[in-house]
Design a binder for this molecule. Structure first.
Ligand SMILES: NC(=O)c1ccc[n+]([C@@H]2O[C@H](COP(=O)([O-])OP(=O)(O)OC[C@H]3O[C@@H](n4cnc5c(N)ncnc54)[C@H](O)[C@@H]3O)[C@@H](O)[C@H]2O)c1
Length: 405
């Protein structure tokens, strides 16, 4: 196989961007082979634009014999189903983030992936950003030493009520399964665990409908502890303007700060633990050097992930974000929800009991939401409405999806 024939399931905002990018030949190793969307309007608009078969049903696309791989860009809760069907049929699968809603489902999905021999990746495009890669390089080279603390204030995910009104799947327990933790912050939560590892326990506080007329959380504050005594604080919201994006990672030998498109790395000449007990002055600081890195935004991260996925299938290149990373990212957000809902600490890795507890409470929330909707005679749709006309015409990645400092 020289080129991967790709089918895209779900061609809304991001699906159309993937579609345009592959169809326009920007992804080495990929050709657009088929599309699928349950929305007849999307099919009507896009069918004339791309001369490939257009399916109503994702399972049919997968089994059509027309594709070697799929990209799933539907609302989150359908990601595991389509990825699993694909993998079981020997079709490689790239899931949009998050990998799903429930850790329990994504764990099973990864078992299927492992047994299938097909490739399974996640669209964690922010991992390709030069600043995060530099941070990873410094940490892996021992540049911060023994980790002490991660603090990430990422409150510049601002969204208006109009955004939430744009699709009735958005910001609902049934449609989305969560709010900022499941839609905007998965990129940051993934980067958190990619750079600093998975904590051993979490205590979180989620503000549900705090700033918008929505059911799910639009603010979350997570406090986490690690086995070595390190801690993390992660604060995110869609309800604050202008908001902040500042990531600070410190350790025994140094500190990394990412803010305003700059990474500042401070390296301690003497490890802090050693300096603390050997320095005779009471308020001195260890000698240190400071280096700043400004790395211009290169090629779009989504394109890089797509190309990496093609290379993984065609040349067995390592995936930038394999499917198992979907479990790790989602473990932190599932634990945060569970901690907030039960007002208690949650240990990681999530036990089967905690996974079941998360699934049960989410299901209760879904049932309650459904009952209210039915009583109000509400109609549910699966895709975007307000922005739909515009979104189906988008063929490029928009700046909203890039790292915003
Ligand atoms: N990586 C990124 O930067 C990024 C950016 C935006 C969105 N996303 C992710 O992509 C996914 C989609 O987000 P969006 O903003 O494009 O949403 P959207 O509502 O614009 O598009 C979703 C599309 O899926 C279709 N759909 C719904 N259910 C379906 C089903 N069962 N089978 C086939 N099609 C179905 C809808 O009709 C719609 O066209 C979400 O999971 C989101 O988190 C990722």
């Amino acid at each position: 196989m020289k080129t991967l024939r790709v089918g895209i399931i779900g061609v809304g905002n991001i699906g159309t961007a993937h579609c345009g990018c592959i169809a326009n030949g920007r992804i080495k190793g990929m050709t657009l082979a088929a599309l699928c969307d349950i929305d007849p309007e999307k099919r009507r608009i896009l069918a004339g634009k791309y001369p490939v078969p257009f399916f109503e049903d994702g399972d049919e696309l997968i089994k059509s014999g027309l594709v070697d791989a799929i990209i799933v860009a539907t609302p989150h809760r359908f990601h595991p189903h389509y990825c699993e069907t694909a993998l079981k049929n020997g079709i490689h699968a790239l899931s949009e983030k998050p990998a799903g809603v429930n850790v329990s489902e994504v764990k099973l999905l990864n078992k299927v992936a492992e047994a299938s021999g097909a490739k399974f990746g996640i669209m964690f495009n922010q991992r390709t950003d030069g600043l995060f890669r530099k941070a990873k390089e410094i940490i892996e080279a021992g540049g911060i030493g023994e980790p002490k603390r991660l603090v990430w204030i990422v409150t510049n995910w601002y969204r208006t009520q109009s955004y939430y009104n744009s699709g009735s799947w958005r910001a609902t327990w049934n449609g989305e399964g969560g709010g900022v933790l499941l839609n905007q912050a998965p990129h940051n939560i993934d980067l958190w665990q990619w750079l600093f590892g998975i904590p051993s326990r979490i205590r979180a506080f989620c503000g549900e409908g705090k700033y918008h007329r929505i059911a799910v959380e639009d603010e979350a504050t997570i406090y986490a502890e690690y086995a070595n005594g390190a801690t993390a604080v992660f604060i995110t919201t869609t309800g604050e303007a202008p908001g902040t994006n500042r990531l600070e990672i410190s350790g025994d030998r140094g500190k990394i700060v990412l803010e305003k498109s700059t990474l500042t790395y401070t390296s301690l000449m003497t490890p802090e633990r050693e300096f603390c007990f050997t320095c005779e002055k009471g308020a001195a600081l260890p000698p240190m050097t400071e280096t700043s890195y400004i790395i211009p935004q290169g090629r779009d991260g989504h394109e890089l992930i797509l190309e990496n996925f093609a290379a993984a299938v065609l040349e067995d290149a390592p995936l930038i974000a394999p499917g198992t990373e979907g479990i790790r990212e989602l473990s932190i957000s599932n634990a945060a929800f569970l901690s907030s809902w039960t007002d208690s600490w949650v240990n990681l890795p999530l036990s089967d009991e905690d996974c079941a507890g998360f699934d049960r409470i989410l299901e209760e929330k879904r049932k309650a939401e459904k009952a209210v909707e039915e009583a109000a005679g509400g109609e549910k749709t699966a895709g975007n409405k307000g922005e739909a006309g515009k979104s189906t015409g988008k063929e490029r990645y928009i700046s909203r999806w890039n790292v915003k400092w």
